[in-house]
Design a protein around this ligand. Structure first.
Ligand SMILES: Nc1ncnc2c1ncn2[C@@H]1O[C@H](COP(=O)(O)OP(=O)(O)OP(=O)(O)O)[C@@H](O)[C@H]1O
Length: 260
């Protein structure tokens, strides 16, 4: 028997897909039939004006909201009706805002607490001192990955805003995501932090897929391989930055003018 040819990077594989994704709230169509393919090794942006349905799509993909229609597949498995915690364990992980970190714990402990979740230790929060020590090497590895190792023993709450976001991303890596969903990762950041987080996101995309909602179009242009533009719950355009940014419908709908 001949083995199936292995997929190469030249032919990136779809790790997350949605077909006909739909969500109605009491008759109001927030997401009206969205098709999406997210590829391993690629950074995919979801953009669109306020109220376009970006957050709702994120909530549907991560199963925080049940869809009213359509189908979602993760790594070839139908997850349309799978509960959120299971979807996260399967590798679809969403980065929350910095409120997800514990400000009174050290940077290292934030990551160790995150690491105990996939190990099924979440219910043992009040364990004897030292019980998390076994997680320390892996926690340091993750802090190295995101460039926070030297801040390991600082209180998380004392980090700059941008570094808090970086720490939060490190805690999501504890779940070893195959697909990482980032909701406005650059929101509220200055130029310097944006550059740091952009570099981090690029490095994280090397061995996983990234889907991000991002309002900063400079970041999208610089970072993203593929862009899906939503408007009023539907896909207005999709393609690389040049394709979508020169699309007249996108310019009118998203940028708000035909002349810019
Ligand atoms: N739970 C809900 N109940 C009713 N309507 C909702 C609910 N959640 C979202 N909507 C509506 O669905 C539409 C899409 O909202 P959503 O938050 O997904 O848009 P968005 O593109 O993320 O917007 P923004 O950029 O402002 O965050 C909006 O009109 C919103 O008012």
């Amino acid at each position: 028997m001949t083995a199936a040819p292995e997929k190469t990077d030249a032919e990136p594989r779809v790790v997350l897909s949605a077909r006909g994704l739909r969500k109605e709230f009491a008759g109001f169509v927030a997401v009206g039939g969205v098709d999406l393919d997210v590829h391993h090794g690629k950074i995919h942006a979801l953009i669109g004006p306020n109220g376009a349905g970006k957050t709702t799509v994120f909530n549907l993909l991560t199963k925080f909201l049940p869809p009213t229609g359509g189908r979602i597949e993760l790594l070839g498995q139908d997850i349309t009706r799978t509960p959120p915690a299971k979807v996260a364990r399967m590798g679809l992980v969403r980065s929350f805002q910095i409120s997800a970190i514990f400000p009174h714990l050290s940077v290292l402990d934030n990551v160790r607490v995150a690491l105990q979740r996939p190990n099924g230790l979440a219910t043992q929060f009040w364990r004897p001192a030292g019980a998390l020590d076994v997680l320390t090497p892996r926690a340091f590895e993750l802090l190295e990955t995101v460039g926070l190792a030297e801040a390991a023993h600082r209180l998380a709450g004392d980090l700059s805003y941008g570094r808090k976001r970086v720490l939060e991303i490190a805690t999501t890596l504890a779940l070893d995501p195959k697909v990482l969903l980032l909701d406005e990762p650059m929101a509220g950041m200055g130029h310097e932090d944006v550059a740091v987080v952009a570099g981090l996101i690029r490095s994280l995309a090397a061995d996983r897929a990234i889907l991000m909602v991002e309002h900063n179009l400079d970041v999208v242009a610089e970072l993203c391989d593929w862009i899906t533009v939503l408007q009023a719950g539907k896909i207005l355009a999709a393609g690389d930055y040049v394709t979508v940014s020169t699309d007249e419908r996108v310019r009118v709908a998203y940028m708000g003018t035909e002349d810019e």
